[in-house]
Write a protein that binds this ligand. Structure first.
Ligand code: SAM
Length: 274
């Protein structure tokens, strides 16, 4: 198993109070836009450098990123998704002259060989079996141009960094880890297909300003989705409530701020050698 080297820096997504974590922006549409813009900047940092790059947004869903990829990378963009419903929605809500949406599967891409300078997989691998992922990596190697990049955003199971769940809801944490792909296996799968590791861009994302804020943010329904029983959930919330009280007491003095609750946020960068 490979142990990839990691680069890190503070996230431009830092600073906000919620999942999108976009500082100082309160209305949902502005927050969505700021979230998208921050990710597009991050993709550009690691994407191809040619003026006009052809992009495959693989597992594009309803096209949240797809038109913005066309704007930023300058070339035609194809959005592929296995669900016709999402493709139909994308064609309505994310239309763009430089974008074509196609229904298709990552394991059998509906595109010619050596077409793309960049393939983006944003929260997609987690929906695929190990066999499907292996088939998809072979397809991605086929459709990439030499020197082309692959960008993958996942909460990798072997790095899944959800501090409050890990500490206060150990079983929820374990179940979430089981749902996600591992970084080591992902890198190994792509390496076998001829696509090599370049870097792991790790940024820190602020979830809440304190444990008390985190207590408010965490949703009991969400945790119960992961199969925890009521007693486990209650026990977790009680432990978190107690830790939040203790933290408040420790930072009672004016000017004494509790540390924010953060998590890391990964972007895996791979490349098909020239
Ligand atoms: C969580 S959504 C992410 C959508 C989009 N990337 C975004 O960030 O807004 C995952 C998407 O992957 C698609 N997907 C899952 N398995 C796929 C496969 N084997 N081939 C193509 N798309 C797939 C799903 O239909 C879904 O739209």
């Amino acid at each position: 198993m490979l142990t990839p080297q990691i680069v890190g820096r503070r996230s431009r997504l830092d600073g906000g109070p919620s999942q999108d974590g976009t500082a100082g922006v309160n209305d949902p549409e502005s927050r969505r836009e700021a979230y998208r813009a921050a990710w597009i900047d991050r993709f550009a940092t690691h994407g191809p450098t040619n003026a006009q790059s052809t992009v495959l947004d693989l597992g594009c869903g309803m096209g949240f990123f797809t038109p913005a990829l066309a704007d930023r990378f300058g070339g035609p963009v194809r959005g592929v998704d296995s669900h016709q419903y999402y493709i139909d929605r994308a064609n309505v809500i994310a239309r763009n002259d430089a974008v074509e949406y196609i229904c298709g599967r990552a394991e059998q891409l509906p595109t010619l060989d050596h077409t793309f300078d960049l393939v983006l997989l944003f929260k997609v691998l987690r929906h695929m079996s190990a066999e499907q992922q292996t088939a998809a990596t072979v397809e991605i190697a086929r459709v990439l141009r030499p020197g082309g990049r692959v960008l993958i955003h996942e909460h990798f199971a072997d790095r899944y960094p959800c501090p409050t769940w890990q500490r206060y809801f150990p079983r929820a944490d374990e179940l979430v880890r089981n749902e996600h792909v591992s970084l080591g296996e992902t890198v190994e799968r792509f390496t076998t297909a001829g696509i090599t590791y370049r870097t792991l861009d790790v940024q820190t994302k602020r979830l809440s300003g304190s444990l008390s804020d985190e207590l408010e943010r965490l949703n009991p329904t969400k945790i119960s989705c992961y199969g925890n029983d009521d007693a486990e959930i209650e026990q977790g919330f009680n432990a978190l409530r107690q830790a939040a009280d203790e933290e408040r007491a420790r930072h009672d003095a004016p000017g004494s701020e509790p540390p924010p609750v953060t998590r890391t946020n990964d972007l895996l960068v791979l490349e098909l050698p020239e």
